[in-house]
Write a protein that binds this ligand. Sequence first.
Ligand code: BGP
Length: 477
Amino acid sequence: MGRFPEGFLWGGATAANQCEGGYREGGKGLSISDICTGGSRTQAKRITPVLEEGTFYPSHEAIDMYHHYKNDIAMFAQMGFKVYRFSIAWTRIFPKGDESEPNEAGLLFYESVIDECLKHNIEPLVTISHYELPYHLSKEYGGWANRKLIDFFMNYCTAIFNRYKGKVKYWLTFNEINGAMGNLGNFLSLGIINEGTTDFMHQVDNPQKRFQGLHHQFVASAKAVQLAHELDANNQVGNMIIYATTYPLTCKPEDAIAAQKQNQNFNYYCTDVQVKGKYPTFAQRIWDENGVSLDIAEGDMETIANGTVDFISFSYYMSSCTSADPAKKGEGNLLGGTPNPYLEASEWGWQIDPQGLRYALIDLYDRYRVPLMVVENGLGALDTIEEDGSINDDYRIDYLRKHIDAMAEAIADGVDLRAFTPWGCIDLVSASTGEMAKRYGFIYVEKYDDGSGDFSRRKKKSFDWYKEVIASNGENV
Ligand code: BGP
């Protein structure tokens, strides 16, 4: 046997709000991502108090995949993709989120995307909610802190499960659900806008609403799992987390405990609920420390117990270190933590650590014993077009090669890994900064942060490299 099992699902991943554009077409409503301005390398995305038409908002045009998807999927097929992970924009199906009937134009659009995948023998892997809550549900209902969102979400799931029955088999409920364990999750994950906020990246945190919102998502996710299974026995539903590998900064026992606690908080809290069907033993302490008193309605824990996921999917980009010393906290990358002196970082400070992926896979499989999918991984970098038109992204190839090797090691360690869908297989708008300059793709898109660019596509060096990786089932990297 080779390093990867027969039938391993190689592919790529995107999200609607970061690639589609067409933000008002086909009856689409506004999502929370649509009201975020673009950023720069130093400035995080910000919530605009007034939506000014005509201003360049990255998600409004993005890479215009709304009109280019046939071409793009054909290019994925050329690379040999077996699977394509994309998200459905809730606002194309229910523009405001609380309507009773779905929008036919939106349903038709994704039907056509799915048919295009199937035509090329590409398995669709659909994220139901990826940072694109209808803005109306955020503004009028207060986002996921409001229990009513469970019903709105179920209407949305019912519409898409029924419509794509027999065509889509793999579903993910909430993208990076554990992002809500940190302040960032208030807005992007939960659609909560706390009072006095103008900058979603740095909101005044409201842990009560945040944990309550997460609880509602757990119930909604479990109901979605049950519904998907009822409607079609072939459906398989996964959760989706950011796995943040963390090492104790030193061998001081206090640092080891701090790292263990960080693991519980960030990597296990949500996953335990969604895979084991109950809150972990350490949950009460987390609530107490955050001053949270959770409102768990009658029947919620039963719903959660009966709606455990079929597999775990996760994103992995970087690792960090944890220290018990408060002076050393928060100096690290996006996920907080403390920088690791043994690792190099991307231009955005994300520390590159392939071993951390092997660690993640073994840790998750050992703890949960369900199949795993790596549904995001990759290097955000500044690419240059050479005079002859080529883009020599050897740094990206190097990053992916090492992470693929790490996955092969984990498989040899006994992990049941089913899929690998690197992030932004085609360049798209960055989620954390709102810029185009941070590129991940095998396919370059001519679109720039000043709004210029004609959306034309060209292959990077990594395109042919990845094609060979897939053709050899991960042997030739
Ligand atoms: C994950 C998100 C994606 C994606 C990726 C890369 O957190 O699920 O939406 O964008 O990170 O992050 P960024 O775009 O900030 O580089």
